[in-house]
Design a protein around this ligand. Sequence first.
Ligand code: FES
Length: 84
Amino acid sequence: MKQSKIKIKWPNNIETYASEGDDWFSIAETVGFEIPTGCLTGSCGACEIDVNGETVRACISNIKSTKKGCTLRVSFTTDPYWGN
Ligand code: FES
């Protein structure tokens, strides 16, 4: 079955398309973003991004659509430990 492309809008307003199941790191790279990483096992929170207002740990999540035709808006979470 062919998956429809999911539109992703990045903080600098660049839009890309990804497929369900793509990993966040490689799609971020295509628009020049580097999502920070730490443990890569889901426990440290270094890779957290906000997707449509929901915090997602990029290292343990794949891109998934919430409903057909929905745009995923990504922003970076403000981390109280690392600062911004
Ligand atoms: S890199 Fe530690 S939670 Fe993702």
